[in-house]
Design a protein around this ligand. Sequence first.
Ligand code: KG4
Ligand code: ZN
Length: 355
Amino acid sequence: MKILGIETSCDETAAAVVEDGRRLLGNAVASSIDLHIKYGGVVPEIAARSHIEVIMPVIRQALDDAKCGWDDIDGIAVTYGAGLGGSLLIGVMTARTLAIALDKPLYAINHVEAHVYANFLTETSLPGYAMPAAQPEFPLSAIIVSGGHSQLVLFRGHFDYTVLGQTQDDAIGEAFDKVAKMLGLPYPGGPSVAKAAARGNPQAFKLPKAKMGKYDFSFSGLKTAVLRLAQAQIGESYDFPSIKLPGHLSEAQKADIAASFQRVAIETIVDKAKLAYEEFSPKSVVIAGGVAASQELRRQLTEALSSVSVPIEYPDLKLCTDNGAMVAALGCFKARAGQPTADPYSLSIDPDLAM
Ligand code: KG4
Ligand code: ZN
């Protein structure tokens, strides 16, 4: 069974073809990130406009790479939430139109849940992908960390899950993006903070870890602590504007702040992931979402779980950030389980969709 996945929840216009929930046949992504960089974050109107411009060529590319015509496609899966309203609309309206015109079943996909399914992709003949040897096993604990979400979720099976904990304020990826801005590093903040951190001392500064409910997170206090630290480093008080900080901090100070922030932000996640492992003994631990690209997260998690022999899975870097493959993979499992299809005449977006 081959499913076409369509993803347009933020600034990536993405489409992919996945077979049987494990084989990646074609994967095309066009990012409008270059258009947002000068604003230091995604501008929703610009993102929506570029989705309109590239969605059909991106779908065509995914089909061509998969060597598929429309007759080969058994269903269409599309992200309908969570995300930016204008962006989601383009993907959903495109998928609805295709489903009606080509008479294909339509599957409505939760973006955050889909991130986990990037870990079920184990095979591809496309060049340049490092795939895991086996699919994760249930029960599995999923650490979902992205620009919009930070959640710890226990899956007992497909579509049978419990959200153990989540962020009470900002997502971890957002904290990386904001800290990058304070340090004058380019958007997106994750990779640029990681790059600066590689030159710094992660123990240079002591930053606070929020004390929350057992599995919940918080990153807004850490963000403010980084701001206060940067102001103190240049001998200024709390009312010094953050926008002026980059011009006053030395490269060495930026590197030490980035490294100390990255260590604590990642520890916040890893501490709770370890706690969840001890309570639920999952057979697999998977990392999902854009922050799954973080080498520091992989390093700390491997170290924290080094005494147990649980497989820790993470997708290829290209499948960590937003993509259509994860949407198509989840679509395959929905189709196989006979889950209800969406009405192509009425499916609407849900920007605040929760898991
Ligand atoms: O999943 P994603 O592509 O989009 C959302 O659904 O939010 O995640 C994007 C987030 C951004 O906040 C970006 O800064 C973060 O993932 N990110 C990273 C790294 N690479 C991307 N965060 C930390 N370390 C990285 N290496
Ligand atoms: Zn995402």
